[in-house]
Design a protein around this ligand. Structure first.
Ligand code: GLN
Length: 191
């Protein structure tokens, strides 16, 4: 297998779980906190957590623009939950720091606070067996740009999408033992 250096944005959120998942797949992993950490990556993961905090810290640390440029230039990218929000063009309410590289509008905390978390099997395009989706105050996709493919829906709403080199999920594959979604990231050809 080709050696891989995968970055995990490590400003806030469950980056350790992504690190663990990627190491299980044989990747070298680098926690990304500064512009310099973006050098030589073959892919990057944006974890779940709190998108307001991830956005604000990345702005303060000067990472927002270099990271957006790198993803726009084709770096294979996976964003989970808050990661999906951070990648998106905008949110349905208010404004926050976002990369704006993924042509969707997302609704934060879309399934409401009373059901803050739920788990359910979901079907994903390209995978034979269902994935056990862990949803923790996750977003759904409210508006989809033309070039965005829907790989999975739950309750009628897109919860996994792909736009070229970018994969994003409303749920947390890193909190399960199913590594197929991280493998999908590693299979994206750098454009
Ligand atoms: N609700 C969080 C946000 O808006 C996302 C939650 C998560 O990543 N589990 O950023």
């Amino acid at each position: 297998m080709v050696s891989r250096l995968v970055g995990v944005l490590a400003l806030q959120g469950d980056f350790r779980e992504h690190r663990h998942a990627l190491e299980e797949l044989g990747c070298d992993v680098r926690e990304v906190r500064t512009d310099a950490d973006l050098q030589d990556l073959t892919a990057i993961v944006i974890p779940g957590g709190e998108s307001l905090v991830i956005g604000r810290l990345s702005h303060l640390f000067g990472l927002l623009e270099p990271l957006a440029d790198l993803i726009r230039s084709g770096l294979p990218t996976l964003g989970t939950c808050a990661g999906m929000i951070y990648l998106a063009r905008s949110v349905t309410e208010g404004t926050q720091y976002q990369l704006g590289v993924l042509d969707v509008v997302v609704e934060r905390n879309a399934w409401g606070r009373q059901n803050e978390s739920f788990e359910t099997d979901i079907y994903i395009e390209g995978l034979d067996e269902p994935h056990h989706g862990v949803f923790i105050r996750g977003p759904w996709v409210e508006e989809l740009g033309e070039d965005v493919e829907v790989l999975s829906r739950w309750d009628g709403h897109p919860v996994m999408i792909k736009q070229g080199n970018i994969l994003a999920t409303s749920f947390h594959p890193e909190l399960t033992n199913d590594r197929r979604l991280h493998k999908m990231l590693l299979e994206i050809e750098e454009s």
